[in-house]
Design a protein around this ligand. Structure first.
Ligand SMILES: CCCCCCCCCCCCC/C=C/[C@@H](O)[C@H](CO)NC(=O)CCCCCCCCCCCCCCC
Ligand SMILES: Nc1ncnc2c1ncn2[C@@H]1O[C@H](COP(=O)(O)OP(=O)(O)OP(=O)(O)O)[C@@H](O)[C@H]1O
Ligand SMILES: [Ca+2]
Length: 558
């Protein structure tokens, strides 16, 4: 028989008033008792004050602890402003720490301290709250944390020590912390050494690149443990069981921003503590039946590939390198020729031009996710999920000259572009939005880019098309499979020589590079498949925000 949550109701002191405090297994509620109804003596009354009421979901309580009123300070050393009369009459106190929502999806840790005259009553409250927190089985108890000391503004260690570690300690989460010593340290440790059974999740402190390392480590380890060959593009991959938390300390932080709504370390730490879970699609990228990389946010050829390639040489500039290289790449205005073939997702709900957005508890992700990732018990594997009907409808092909070819598996919202590259994309629907920006004038491309910073539709332009797809391939013009790399190198040398000789000419090099979540891929010809809900994050998707906050950011158009 299921154990009934214990119900507790008491009159307790909070600040200078008496409150009716109720715990029912779902909510902790405290409501000020009007002065004329108070039954406890010794309070300092405010007879004309209207009673206030607060509610906190038990699932968002972080911790409860005793408070030593006599000592005058609480656990973290803060001075308690209690009138002496009250501390004498109600010397037993306990503090509940809980999640409080602030503006723009920010979460904060708030404390409320209740006082009573009876030590046994205090123990009963503390014990009952702790029992109800223990019953929340989705909460992590032991985490493996990787810190990239060189991501973003190189603040990773400091952010973790000052903002995150104290919250984990408060919530009784134990951690093993590894400060990485080189690139791919976290990936390789996860892939081969880490004792994953010990942990309830993996947390990375860094940016999208650091997150990508964790995904590669965990996904590769899971496939190896289950005998799945990553080199086959058709292979169904086995989903990872451990959730991943991201404490943002990078330059773009797009995965964090698009799954939480803000890149704020405290908010992310609180999502980890309450044990949130957000499934995410992962794209696998192959070249000639050889696995190259996974992508979770952006696969970009042309503009975003060139921005990244240029910005990697300017890491010393920190996050500003992207603006510098972005401006330079915009002026360069190179286009690239090739063919994009793609398999449209036709059996799903939603299109890239929808006005609705992927938000916490997204119905479209739930619906589309169930189509192929199999809720049936014998279908434990996830897939490059394509229905028979979708195969019959078949592949489309677009050939031409492109300024940019982007595949956004999620919105790619980030502080630079709060709506993202594809505002209606979904985190976990098993598709990616393929955005093709054909060669156009600099002015038109600028109009397109600018729309990423407002609510205007960046796809509503004649030279832009967008398709929601399950799989796609790109073949650059002149590509001959085996000698592609040679061609790329020779091509680059040839073109850079020509352009040096003719600085005024507007010719473009034959090849760009793929930007795969901030890493350069070594091949231009690639094949991509989406694996629906392959990983899970300690997040819940962006929560709807009150209307008044939305109206604070009116759109602008060019
Ligand atoms: C006129 C202003 C237009 C602003 C348009 C901003 C669009 C920004 C869209 C950002 C999408 C980010 C997608 C996420 C990619 C991550 O997996 C990856 C790793 O972190 N980050 C980047 O590749 C980092 C990519 C960073 C790209 C920055 C591009 C900046 C373009 C600036 C163009 C300036 C033109 C000005 C002409 C007067
Ligand atoms: N100790 C280390 N020394 C050098 N590089 C590292 C180290 N640890 C991780 N890295 C690499 O640093 C790269 C960048 O890290 P990260 O993603 O954290 O920051 P960023 O690139 O500034 O931010 P973003 O990816 O959000 O744009 C990653 O590709 C990662 O592999
Ligand atoms: Ca998706």
């Amino acid at each position: 028989m299921e154990k009934q949550p214990r119900l507790l109701a008491s009159q307790l002191f909070l600040k200078n008033s008496v409150f009716e405090v109720l715990l029912n297994g779902v909510l902790l509620t405290w409501k000020e008792i009007p002065a004329n109804k108070k039954v406890v003596s010794g309070s300092i009354h405010h007879p004309f004050k209207v009673g206030t009421s607060h509610s906190v979901s038990v699932s968002e309580i972080l911790a409860v602890r005793e408070l030593d009123v006599g000592g005058g300070t609480n656990d973290d050393g803060r001075w308690q402003k209690m009138p002496q009369k009250l501390t004498e009459a109600y010397p037993y106190a306990f503090t509940v720490s809980y999640v409080e929502r602030a503006r723009q999806h920010r979460w904060r840790c708030s404390d409320v301290t209740f006082h009573c005259s009876d030590g046994a009553l205090r123990q009963q409250w503390i014990q009952t709250i702790r029992e109800q927190l223990t019953a929340l089985t989705s909460r992590p108890k032991h985490l493996l944390v990787y810190i990239n000391p060189y991501g973003g503004k190189q603040q990773g260690e400091c952010i973790y020590e000052q903002k995150v570690a104290p919250l984990f300690a408060c919530a009784s989460i134990s951690t093993d912390v590894i400060v990485t010593e080189h690139a791919n340290h976290a990936r390789d440790h996860l892939k081969t050494e880490a004792e994953l059974k010990k942990y309830d999740g993996v947390v990375c402190v860094g940016g999208d690149g650091m997150f990508s390392e964790i995904v590669h480590g965990l996904v590769s380890r899971t496939q190896r443990d289950n005998g799945v060959d990553q080199n086959s593009p058709e292979e169904k991959l086995v989903p990872c069981s451990l959730r991943i938390g991201i404490i943002p300390a990078g330059s773009t932080d797009c995965i964090c921003y698009a799954t939480v709504g803000i890149n704020d370390p405290v908010t992310s730490a609180l999502h980890v503590i309450v044990g949130d879970s957000q499934p995410m699609d992962v794209c696998s990228v192959h070249h000639n039946n050889t696995f190259l990389r996974y992508s979770i946010s952006l696969l970009g050829y042309g503009f975003y590939g060139d921005v990244l390639a240029d910005s990697e040489r300017k890491r010393w500039m920190g996050p500003a390198r992207y603006d510098f290289s972005g401006f330079k790449t915009f002026l360069t205005h190179h286009h690239y020729e090739g063919a994009v073939s793609f398999l449209p997702a036709t059996d799903i709900l939603g299109t890239p031009r929808d006005k609705t957005r992927c938000r916490a508890g997204c119905f479209i992700c739930q619906h589309n996710g169930q189509l192929y990732s199999g809720d049936s018990p014998d279908e434990s594997k996830t897939a490059p999920d394509v229905s028979d009907r979708e195969y019959e409808v078949g592949w489309g092909v677009v050939r031409g000259k492109f300024l940019a070819i982007n595949a956004a598996s999620m919105s790619c919202a980030c502080p630079r572009s709060p709506m993202g590259l594809s505002p209606a994309a979904h985190l976990a629907d098993g598709t990616t939005d393929l955005i093709l920006v054909r060669k156009c004038s600099r002015f038109n491309f600028l109009r397109h880019l600018l729309r990423h910073t407002s609510k205007d539709d960046q796809f509503d332009m004649t030279f832009v098309e967008v398709h929601r797809v399950r799989r796609f391939r790109f073949t650059p013009r002149h590509c001959q499979n085996d000698s592609e790399l040679d061609l790329r190198e020779n091509g680059k040398q040839l073109f850079s020589q020509i352009c040096r000789d003719h600085p005024a000419c507007s010719c473009s090099p034959a090849y760009s590079s793929w930007n795969c979540d901030g890493e350069i891929l070594p091949h231009a010809a690639i094949e991509v498949g989406v694996h629906c809900q392959l990983i899970k994050l300690f997040a819940r998707g962006i929560e709807e925000q009150p209307l008044f906050e939305d109206l604070a950011n009116p759109p602008c158009a060019l």
